[in-house]
Design a protein around this ligand. Structure first.
Ligand SMILES: [Zn+2]
Length: 194
C-alpha cells in the first residue's frame, strides 16, 4: 500500500491565506503533509508526499504522478489524500463557518467514500466538525479535478477555515496541528484496518 499525501496550492498561489496573513494555505498544508507522512511511516505504512516542491504544481501533473504509481502498483494499492484549508469567502474578511470537511468526487469509488466517512467520524469525535449541519453521508461530493481524475481511492480534506479566527488560532497551535495530523493518521490506519 502506498499513501500519497497531497498539499494544496503553492508559494506562487495568490490569496489562499487568513485575512491577517498568519496562515498561508500552501505552507500550512505542506508542513501538515510532511507531518502526516512521517507519522504514517512510523507505523510502517509506505507514505509519500505528492508535491515536495514549494510552487503550485499544476493539477494535471499532480494527477499524472498519482496515476503513474497506480499503473505501477495497481490502483487498489494506492490511496490519495489531498490536504487543504477551507474558506467561506474570497473577500479577505473573517467569516463564521468552522470545521473539518471531507470531499469526494461525484464519480468516487466505494473505497473513497469509506475513507471520507472514517475521516469525518474521527473529526466528529475529536470535536473538529465545526458549526455547520452534520453530514449524513459523512462527506460532501464536489467536482474536484484531483479526485475525479485519479485512478485510486481519493479524498480531499478541508482542514478548518482559513478565514475563521478561532479555526486559524487552532490551526496554528501545537494542539491543532497534532489533532489534524492524528485525525489523518488514525483514519488511514482504520481504512487499512491496522
Ligand atoms: Zn485549497
Amino acid at each position: 500500500m502506498i499513501v500519497l499525501i497531497d498539499n494544496g496550492h503553492g508559494v506562487d498561489t495568490p490569496g489562499k491565506q487568513s485575512p491577517d496573513g498568519r496562515l498561508r494555505e500552501w505552507a500550512w498544508t505542506r508542513a501538515m503533509a510532511r507531518s502526516i507522512v512521517d507519522g504514517l511511516r512510523e507505523t510502517g505504512i509506505d507514505a509519500r508526499t505528492l508535491v515536495p516542491e514549494e510552487y503550485d504544481l499544476p493539477l494535471l501533473q499532480r494527477v499524472n504522478r498519482v496515476n503513474a504509481l497506480c499503473r505501477l502498483h495497481g490502483a487498489a494499492n494506492v490511496v490519495l489524500v489531498s490536504v487543504h484549508n477551507n474558506a467561506a469567502g474570497a473577500d479577505g474578511c473573517w467569516h463564521s463557518a468552522r470545521g473539518f470537511l471531507p470531499l469526494v468526487a461525484p464519480n468516487a469509488s466505494r473505497a473513497s467514500r469509506r475513507l471520507a466517512s472514517i475521516l469525518y467520524a474521527g473529526a466528529r469525535s475529536a470535536g473538529l466538525s465545526g458549526n455547520r449541519a452534520p453530514l449524513p453521508a459523512g462527506y460532501v461530493e464536489q467536482n474536484l479535478y484531483i479526485c475525479r481524475h485519479t485512478l485510486c481511492p481519493a479524498v480531499l480534506t478541508e482542514n478548518l477555515f482559513q478565514d475563521n479566527r478561532d479555526d486559524v488560532d487552532f490551526l496554528l497551535s501545537d494542539e491543532g496541528r497534532r489533532a489534524i495530523r492524528d485525525l489523518h493518521i488514525n483514519a488511514i490506519k482504520e481504512y487499512f484496518q491496522m
